[in-house]
Design a protein around this ligand. Sequence first.
Ligand code: CP
Length: 307
Amino acid sequence: MASIRHLISIDDLDDADLYALVARGAEYSAGSVGPLAPLAGDIVGVYFGKTSTRTRTAFSSGALRLGAQIIAYGPNDLQLNTGETSEDTGRVMSRMLDVLVARTAGDPAEMRAWADQDRMAVINAMSADEHPTQALTDLTTLRRQFDRVEGLRVLYVGEGNNTASALSLALTRFPGVELALRTPQGYGLASYYRERAAEQALAYGTVFSERHDMEELPADVDVVYTTRWQTTGTSKPDPDWRTVFAPFQVTRALWRTSPKAVFMHDLPAHRGDEVTADVLDGPMSIAFAQAENKMHSAMAVLEWCRM
Ligand code: CP
């Protein structure tokens, strides 16, 4: 019987697993993995309690390509809605599924409860605090684009949301990386992720910083990254939030000081909000290759969690 491994946070991965998952995702992306069916005979549950285009399709398509069969659950399908506990849900599903890929609006405790069994791997396809499979996708994309992650200089502009949290945890473990976050005041990284990224920067020889303005931006960065202003379409309670976010729109002006930078976006995008159309659809953009890499990275994760 295959063993199982859970991926609920980037913190769950040791360095060897993190580097191997990025490398394997890049191999799938490059088309250099032969036809394999490591999940043949497996049943993968795909539960999305929140909307998704990329991640749900990536894990569904990836699981099918690896030989598994899938069962899909939408937001209204599980008895979680009627009061069944997370612990009981995990215990029951683990007797019938080999892997559960899940997106929830909740905190990691719910997924940890599902993972409290030894039969079914649990993969976090985005929770309120962290989006670990997005970070693996992003690093896979960097590896494909630059043939390395180490030493890259990344400017992240936008909300310190679950994408930024996972990206900070992952990137600061690649020596020589410089990660500069510019997040609107009041919308920065949660303290756990900011402190953990700063600790890792010291331990791994990386540079990590976060500021809440767009002054003194680093020049000659390799990557400019942004994210949707309303993560998962959730509206913000502050009626003036757009005024706070407006200076953080990514425009072509950023390329005056970083002419060779590529542009990345986790998508979905709102042209005219977080990024102008001429950047997202321009020659610097690798956002749609990045979206495709969600599937290649998902295949690496599915294969890994059943090794
Ligand atoms: N980036 C991302 O997670 O996209 P979806 O919400 O469409 O899955």
